[in-house]
Ligand binder design. Structure first.
Ligand SMILES: N[C@@H](CCC(=O)N[C@@H](CS)C(=O)NCC(=O)O)C(=O)O
Length: 242
């Protein structure tokens, strides 16, 4: 059920990264979870080795609701990161934790103003947009409010569109935007943007209105760290999706 990501090929791990690997990161993961996708990107950007432990969010009513996983994360959401004995939940908190404990290849800028901007971009996705389209929300719409499949897809597109309207303005109207969301290196905001873009593609949102968001997504996807984090190449992804 689990697999170890050690596929760095010719990349030689330095002492800091070897320490991270030896401390034993375990990521409770699901191939299609965009919150877990953010953390996979962050781990890959920092070249930290981790063991992926998939939690199937749909099968048998969802493994996240089982007692075993609830003991790890009472919120019954993925991701959760185990760092040795410690459990860390919430993708943004996990990324900040990784940044503080493994500062090489920072996910946040060095200056306070830059950090505030990157966090604002990340939270536009992670705090405001993503929760509305989460699995449990869509399941509630279906089972309790009888919202049909087409309407649920419309719901998802609508709320992703709202967040992309904001992201497009925040990115296109700010000189700090570069090749990536903030400057010339990818970071936490990119780790949130890319999975949300994947969701937009999944729900067939028209992306013409978001040229900057689209450009940054494609920039990110030229990088191995993002490619290796993509849902369709995860060990628990169904065959048909790869
Ligand atoms: N704010 C949380 C969100 C986590 C979250 O919503 N995860 C989703 C997958 S993307 C999940 O586990 N959903 C399970 C469910 O809805 O039952 C984070 O950033 O980690």
């Amino acid at each position: 059920m689990s697999s170890v990501y050690a596929g760095f090929g010719a990349v030689k791990l330095d002492a800091n990264r070897q320490a991270g690997a030896m401390m034993g990161f375990v990521l409770y993961d699901y191939w299609r979870s965009s919150a877990a996708y953010r953390v996979r990107i962050a781990l890959n950007l920092k070249e930290l080795i981790y063991e992926s432990r998939p939690v199937h969010l749909v099968r048998d009513g969802g493994e996240q609701h089982g007692a075993e996983y609830q003991a790890i994360n009472p919120q019954r959401l993925v991701p959760s990161l185990l760092d040795g004995e410690r459990v860390i939940t919430q993708s943004l908190a996990i990324m900040e934790y990784l940044d503080e404990t493994h500062p090489e290849t920072p996910l946040l800028p060095a200056d306070a103003r830059g950090r505030a901007r990157v966090r604002a971009l990340a939270m536009t996705v992670a705090s405001d947009a993503h929760p509305i389209g989460n699995l449990r929300v869509l399941q509630y719409l279906q089972s309790q409010l009888n919202v049909d499949e087409l309407q649920r897809a419309e719901w998802s597109r609508y709320w992703i569109g709202i967040s992309f309207n904001a992201l497009e303005a925040m990115l296109s109207q700010n000189a700090a935007t570069g090749r990536f969301c903030h400057g010339e290196v990818p970071g936490m905001a990119d780790a949130c943007l890319v999975p949300q873009f994947y969701n937009a593609l999944r729900w067939k949102l028209s992306l013409d209105k978001y040229p900057t968001v689209k450009r940054i997504y494609h920039e990110c996807m030229t990088l191995e760290a993002f490619q290796r984090a993509a849902p369709e190449v995860q060990p628990d992804a169904p065959e048909a999706s790869s």
